[in-house]
Design a binder for this molecule. Structure first.
Ligand code: FES
Length: 279
């Protein structure tokens, strides 16, 4: 069923305009904050801990006698905590591949229904109707569990929000590896090289040579086709696919959607050749 959803292009009739809408509303620094650039880790999976924890606790407390007040508080905390998680999730979703966006759209829809059910549960509890509040909360738990399952599919099967660059490091042998002739590097222009099957982008700026894993950690965009820019005095490489911006001196991500730093290799020049080694 999930394989069929990944190829269900009718979902794009909703997904494409929604993606444009999200990108129009969420712009600039707020996008980096919601991606988790400041955290060095995607923010959405961290934020969902609060609603999931509170809602699961609600389910336990609802099964106990005389705990209506506690259940009401937990329902409110979980429902309020879902809102920033939804914002971060939508922000990440807008930069996914098309197949990932289709699953993500269903994941988001199911979770929005769950939030609606928990909101109804909270209103019922505050109105004194705890019996209805419990029923709506258990329905919400079923919805959020399905949403979590789809979120797991996105991460573990489709590798959304996974650092795609890190695995390349494990394919690089120990010791210094040849990259390219020193003369092949033009000032301020990325050069595509490789170590075996591992793509590496080599740059020379102000005489300093850097070598970075050549596929972007966000979605494997070809950094060798990226643009070099200066951000607050630091030379940076911009991914051509979604604009993630990595500082050349240390690989730190300055702008998302990538939330992880881009792996950097050590470099040296020997006999007119540029060599690289694991950091
Ligand atoms: S692949 Fe998305 S920013 Fe590089």
């Amino acid at each position: 069923m999930l394989d069929r959803l990944e190829t269900a292009n009718w979902l794009d009739r909703v997904g494409d305009p929604l993606q444009r809408g999200v990108q129009a509303v969420l712009r600039g620094r707020i996008r980096d904050v919601l991606h988790g650039v400041w955290l060095g880790h995607p923010l959405h999976p961290a934020l969902v801990q609060l609603p999931i924890g509170a809602w699961l606790s609600t389910a336990v407390v609802d099964a106990l006698p005389g705990a209506d007040r506690t259940a009401t508080v937990l329902t409110g905390v979980g429902t309020a905590g879902a809102l920033p998680a939804v914002a971060a999730g939508l922000n990440d979703w807008a930069s996914l591949s098309r197949e990932q966006r289709r699953i993500g759209l269903v994941h988001a829809s199911v979770n929005v229904v769950a939030v609606g059910l928990y909101t109804g549960s909270l209103i019922a509890r505050l109105s004194g109707n705890h019996h209805l509040g419990r029923r709506l909360a258990y329905a919400g738990l079923a919805g959020s569990s399905l949403g979590a399952y789809l979120g797991g599919h996105l991460s573990y099967r489709q590798a959304a929000a996974v650092n795609q660059a890190e695995a390349f490091l494990r394919q690089i042998p120990e010791g210094w590896q040849d990259l390219c002739a020193q003369d092949a590097l033009a000032e301020g222009k990325p050069f595509r090289a490789s170590i075996g099957e591992v793509p590496v982008v080599v740059t020379r700026t102000d005489g300093a040579v850097t070598a970075m894993i050549g596929n972007c950690g966000h979605q494997t965009g070809p950094l060798g086709d990226g643009e070099l820019i200066n951000v607050d005095g630091a030379e940076c490489l911009v991914c051509p696919w979604h604009g993630s911006t990595f500082r050349l001196s240390d690989g730190v991500v300055l702008h998302g959607p990538a939330a992880s730093d881009q792996p950097l290799l050590r470099t040296r020049e020997v006999g007119g050749r540029i060599q690289a080694s694991l950091p």
